[in-house]
Design a protein around this ligand. Structure first.
Ligand code: ADP
Ligand code: ZN
Ligand code: MG
Length: 486
C-alpha cells in the first residue's frame, strides 16, 4: 500500500495560450499608400498618415481586409458583418500617433480552431491592427547613447490571432504556431517570413496543480519568432514558474522577454490591464462592414487548403495517403505539376511515380526541391509517360530520355526518334536477342533448369543490356521463359 505523505511535491500542469501577430501580404500599408516592402532604407516608406502628423486621416486598405478574411476562413472562424477599429493608447517612441489602431470589443472574426495532435485548440478571435515602427539601438554616437526609430513598419497591416488557453505542453505550443503558419501561408494571407518578422508569437504560460480547474497567474513571453525558440521559451517558463511555486513563492503576472542568447526569459514590466490602454472607438474610421457577398467572393478566391487538396487527390486520382502527402506538402509545386501532367493525358499513378522518383532525384542533383525549377513542363512529362504506357519505349529507356529532356529541352518524342530508342516489341527481333543471351550464359541457364529460378532475373537483365534497354521486358521475359524451360 502506498504511504500517504503530505510532503510529496505537488505536480503542476502547464496551461498555455498563444497570441500570434501575422503580417498580411499586401503591397501597401493598412491606412495609407506607403509600401510594405522589407529592407528599405530607414524612414523612406512613410507619409503623414503613418507618421501620425496632425490632420492626416486613415483610409482602410481593402486588400488587407480581404487577406484577413482569407485567414479567418482558413481557420474556420466566423467573419462578423460589422467590426470596429479602436484606439489603443500607450506611449512608446516607435508609436508615432501615441495610439495604435486596432480592434477591441468588436473584432473581425471569432471562433475557429487549429488541430494539434488530438487537441482542437479553439481560437478566441482574429482582429486587424497596424504594426508599430522599430527602435534601432545604435549604441554610442558622439559619446552619447543613441536610439533611432525607423517608421517603415509603422502602419504595416497585421492580424492578431488569439487562442484559448487550450495548450498543455511546449511542444504543442510550437506545433500550434507551425500549423497556423502553414494554414496562413497556404491561403496566401501572409508570406510567413519569420526572419523578416512576418510572424511573431506571444506565449502566455501558467501552471496549476494537476487535477484543479482554476488557472494560475500567467507570464506573457513577447515576440518569439521561431518555432524552436517558442518551444524553448515555454519550456524555460514552465521550469521557472515551477521552481517559484515549489519554493513557496507566487508567479508574478507580468510581461517577459525571450533572450535567445541565454535561452532564458527576463522580466520586462508588470502586465497592463485593458483599462490602462483607454480603448475607445476610432473616430476617423467608420465601422468595417463585411457582407456575406464579400465573404463568399473571398472564399471563392481562396486556394485549397493542403488537407482538402490531399483528400481530393486521393478521391479523384486514387492516390495513396503517402503519395498525396508528398505531392501536396513535401515537394513545393509538385501537386500543381502533377495535376497538370494528368490533365495533359498521363495516368495518375505514372505521373506521381515520375515526380516522386526521377524528377525529385534530378532536382536534388541541382540542389532544389521546387518543381518550379524544372526545365520542362507538365505537357512534356505527359508525353514521356504516354510513350511508356503505349510501349513505344521501355521504362528504363524513359529514364535516359528524361535526362536528355532535362539537358536539351527537347521533347520526349523527338529524342526517341533521333536516337532510335523505340522499344523492340517485334517477336523475331526479340527472339534473336534472347537466343544470343541464352547461348552466351550456359551456366545460369543450367542453374535455372536445375530449379534455381533466381537466375531468371539475371538473364532478363542480360537481354535488356544486349538490347541497350530497348527490349520490351515483358515480351522478352515470355520468350526467355519458353526458351529455357525444361
Ligand atoms: P490578458 O487580459 O492578460 O490579455 P486574455 O484573457 O486576453 O489575457 O488572454 C490573452 C492570452 O492569454 C490568450 O491566448 C489566452 O488563451 C491566454 N491566457 C489567459 N489566461 C491564461 C492563463 N491563466 N494561463 C495561460 N494562458 C492564459
Ligand atoms: Zn504612410
Ligand atoms: Mg488580452
Amino acid at each position: 500500500m502506498p504511504i500517504q505523505d503530505s510532503r510529496l511535491p505537488i505536480e503542476y500542469e502547464p496551461v498555455i495560450g498563444l497570441e500570434i501577430h501575422c503580417q498580411l501580404a499586401t503591397q501597401t500599408k493598412i491606412f495609407c499608400g506607403c509600401r510594405t516592402s522589407f529592407g528599405a532604407a530607414p524612414n523612406t516608406h512613410v507619409c503623414p498618415v503613418c507618421l501620425g502628423l496632425p490632420g492626416a486621416l486613415p483610409v482602410l486598405n481593402r486588400r488587407a481586409v480581404e487577406l484577413a478574411i482569407r485567414a479567418a476562413l482558413a481557420l474556420g472562424c466566423t467573419v462578423h458583418p460589422t467590426s470596429v477599429f479602436a484606439r489603443k493608447n500607450y506611449f512608446y517612441p516607435d508609436l508615432p500617433k501615441g495610439y495604435q489602431i486596432s480592434q477591441y470589443d468588436q473584432p473581425l472574426a471569432t471562433g475557429g480552431h487549429v488541430v494539434v495532435g488530438k487537441t482542437a485548440v479553439q481560437l478566441t478571435r482574429i482582429h486587424m491592427e497596424e504594426d508599430a515602427g522599430k527602435s534601432l539601438h545604435h549604441g554610442f554616437v558622439d559619446s552619447a547613447e543613441k536610439t533611432c526609430v525607423d517608421y517603415n513598419r509603422a502602419g504595416v497591416p497585421l492580424i492578431e490571432i488569439v487562442t484559448e488557453p487550450d495548450l498543455r505542453s511546449a511542444a504543442d505550443a510550437a506545433a500550434c504556431f507551425s500549423q497556423l503558419r502553414e494554414a496562413l501561408v497556404a491561403v496566401g494571407a501572409t508570406d510567413g517570413n519569420m526572419e523578416e518578422g512576418s510572424l511573431r508569437c506571444d506565449a502566455n504560460v501558467s501552471l496549476r496543480p494537476v487535477g484543479t480547474s482554476e488557472f494560475g497567474a500567467k507570464a506573457e513571453v513577447k515576440n518569439v519568432n521561431s518555432f524552436r525558440y517558442l518551444q524553448r521559451a515555454v519550456e524555460f517558463e514552465i521550469e521557472r514558474q515551477r521552481s517559484v511555486l515549489e519554493s513557496g513563492g507566487r508567479v508574478a503576472q507580468e510581461t517577459r522577454q525571450w533572450d535567445s542568447e541565454t535561452g532564458t526569459t527576463l522580466s520586462m514590466r508588470s502586465k497592463e490591464g485593458a483599462h490602462d490602454y483607454r480603448y475607445f472607438p476610432e473616430p476617423d474610421l467608420p465601422p468595417l462592414r463585411v457582407d456575406e457577398a464579400w465573404v463568399a467572393q473571398v472564399r471563392a478566391a481562396v486556394p485549397e487548403m493542403p488537407e482538402a487538396r490531399m483528400a481530393r487527390l486521393m478521391a479523384t486520382h486514387g492516390l495513396s495517403d503517402y503519395d498525396a502527402d508528398v505531392l501536396v506538402r513535401l515537394l513545393p509545386g509538385a501537386a500543381d505539376f502533377f495535376e497538370a501532367t494528368v490533365a495533359a493525358g498521363a495516368s495518375a499513378k505514372t505521373a506521381s511515380n515520375w515526380i516522386q522518383g526521377e524528377i525529385r532525384r534530378m532536382l536534388k542533383e541541382v540542389g532544389s526541391d521546387d518543381l518550379a525549377a524544372m526545365p520542362f513542363g507538365p505537357d512534356a512529362l505527359a508525353e514521356l509517360t504516354q510513350l511508356v504506357d503505349t510501349q513505344v519505349i521501355s521504362s528504363s529507356v524513359a529514364k535516359d530520355v528524361l535526362a536528355e529532356m532535362w539537358a536539351s529541352g527537347q521533347s520526349a518524342r523527338a529524342i526517341v526518334e533521333t536516337r532510335g530508342l523505340v522499344q523492340i516489341g517485334d517477336a523475331a527481333a526479340l527472339e534473336a536477342i534472347v537466343d544470343a543471351v541464352v547461348a552466351a550464359h550456359p551456366g545460369p541457364v543450367a542453374q535455372y533448369r536445375a530449379g534455381k529460378t533466381q537466375t531468371f532475373g539475371f538473364l532478363v537483365g542480360q537481354v535488356m543490356k544486349a538490347s541497350k534497354g530497348k527490349a520490351n521486358p515483358a515480351a522478352a521475359g515470355e520468350i526467355l521463359k519458353s526458351r529455357i524451360a525444361n
